[in-house]
Write a protein that binds this ligand. Structure first.
Ligand code: CAO
Length: 415
């Protein structure tokens, strides 16, 4: 038995943010019915293709364990089917541009009329306010949610991060909203509207920078390297390079081979309780007692110089050797792993975090598996559906259509 067995999701999502949410629900056992435009489907099927005429990895990696049906929801017959799907399902998830569902004739009021138990979950770029009507993609959310202004180096422009915190991050937030609403429905018998704005989700993930904004009003941010370098602070949180966002200073340091390998680096944290271990390891035992180095607060005005000294040591070792030497001494550090290294990492395969999936048109490919592990609801990653692969099956088995009714839908161009 799977945790969400019996929950039917009307999956109206596309691109990345919404599909990551419904993929998680599908991994937990929900029956996820992805509704796509006939002949077109989710735009990502055709984006960034690596094999001609085959669903892209972009699409396949976001739509595992789902069923696909095609339906023209702007045709009269299509709208009738959609009404029946709303009645039959527990959750509707969508991430259309603002107003698109209303224009289709499926406002929240109408959905409640059709099915008072329905949980309607939406992702939009922004919440109510001046930008509520805007279309939004990943990097817009990173820029407006506080991530870009705080990412990068002090002397460089704002930077976006490769982690899709706007899309996949918001999908994750929405999934929690949905299961919470399902839990509440157990007691009230009623559905509700669940919304997650991408700007809000990014800000939620950037909360330490909002923390720093308020600290800045009371004085300089002493753990930012610019403090030690004597560079004054402005009135907004600056970009902190690779400084740690927490109370234990850290930085990315070069390791052996960095001249030719762009990922021969390690993140090194000078955690206060193991300062003595660090000093011994890098050949600076005098720092353990020396004034200006012995106490964490004394070190803050020279973090850059301290990390330069540690780097002189890490440069003599590979990133994995540094890891092997630091871990037994409880010194937290992390090698910069390339995607190539991650793809080959056996322990990630063993836990199902990276999985190999077979697809009838593309063959075998790698994907992420479910990062959340439930001991009572194991995840088996199944390939993404072909466009409309399950249309007939869903009309018949979920909505009870006869074979003739399915044919007449086809003749009317509604599926
Ligand atoms: N049958 C008929 N029409 C359909 C349909 C179907 N099965 N599915 C969708 N459509 C229609 C919609 O009704 C809409 O029509 P109208 O504009 O006439 O109302 C149209 O397709 C396009 O929808 P869209 O505006 O959502 O798509 P877009 O490509 O123009 O915009 C995006 C994409 C992502 C910018 C926009 O959907 C958006 O801002 N979504 C919210 C934020 C979000 O999730 N962004 C993350 C995307 S991942 O980076």
């Amino acid at each position: 038995m799977k945790a969400l067995e019996g929950v039917k999701i009307l999956d109206f999502t596309h691109v990345q943010s919404g599909p990551t949410c419904t993929q998680l629900l599908a991994w937990f056992g929900a029956d996820c019915i992805k509704v796509e435009r006939p002949g077109v489907g989710d735009a990502t099927r055709g984006q960034l293709r690596d094999i001609p005429d085959v669903d892209s990895l972009y699409f396949t990696m976001l739509n595992h364990n789902k069923r696909s049906m095609t339906l023209n929801t702007k045709s009269d017959k299509g709208k009738e089917v959609l009404e029946e799907l709303v009645r039959a399902c527990d959750v509707l998830v969508e991430n259309f541009a603002p107003g698109a569902l209303d224009r289709m004739g499926f406002s929240w009021e109408r959905i409640q009329e059709l099915n008072p138990r329905m949980i309607m979950a939406s992702i939009k770029g922004f919440g109510p306010g001046p930008y509520a009507d805007c279309k939004v993609y990943e990097n817009v959310a990173q820029c407006t949610g506080g991530s870009a202004s705080t990412t990068g180096f002090l002397d460089g422009p704002p930077l976006v991060t490769g982690a899709q915190i706007g899309d996949s991050g918001t999908g994750l937030h929405l999934a929690l909203g949905i299961v919470t609403a399902l839990f509440q429905r157990e007691k009230t018998g009623k559905g509700q509207k669940v919304t997650a704005a991408m700007q809000d989700a990014v800000l939620n993930l950037c909360r330490v920078k909002l923390r720093d904004q308020q600290r800045l009003e009371r004085g300089p941010l002493t753990e930012y390297h610019q403090y030690g370098e004597g560079i004054s602070f402005g009135d907004a949180v600056p970009r902190a390079g690779n400084a740690s966002g927490g109370g234990q200073p850290g930085w990315i340091l070069k390791c052996k081979g960095y001249e030719t390998d762009p990922n021969a680096y390690i993140y090194f944290i000078t955690q206060a309780p193991v300062w003595g271990n660090i000093c011994d390891l890098i050949g600076k035992p005098e720092w353990k007692t020396q004034e200006g180095y012995a106490k964490p607060a004394e070190r803050l005005d020279k973090l850059g110089a301290i990390f330069d000294t540690i780097e002189a040591w890490t440069k003599t070792k590979t990133k994995f050797e540094v890891m092997d030497l630091c871990n037994p001494l409880n010194i937290p550090c992390g090698p910069i792993l390339s995607m190539k290294e991650i793809a080959a990492e056996q322990s990630l395969r063993d836990t199902g975090t990276v999985v190999e999936v077979d697809h009838p048109e593309r063959g075998k490919y790698l994907s992420v598996g479910c990062p959340i592990k439930l001991s009572g609801s194991p995840v088996e990653v199944e390939r993404s559906p072909l466009l409309g692969e399950h249309t007939d099956e869903i009309l018949r088995d979920v909505l009870g259509f006869s074979a003739e009714a399915v044919e007449s839908m086809k003749d009317a161009g509604a599926i």
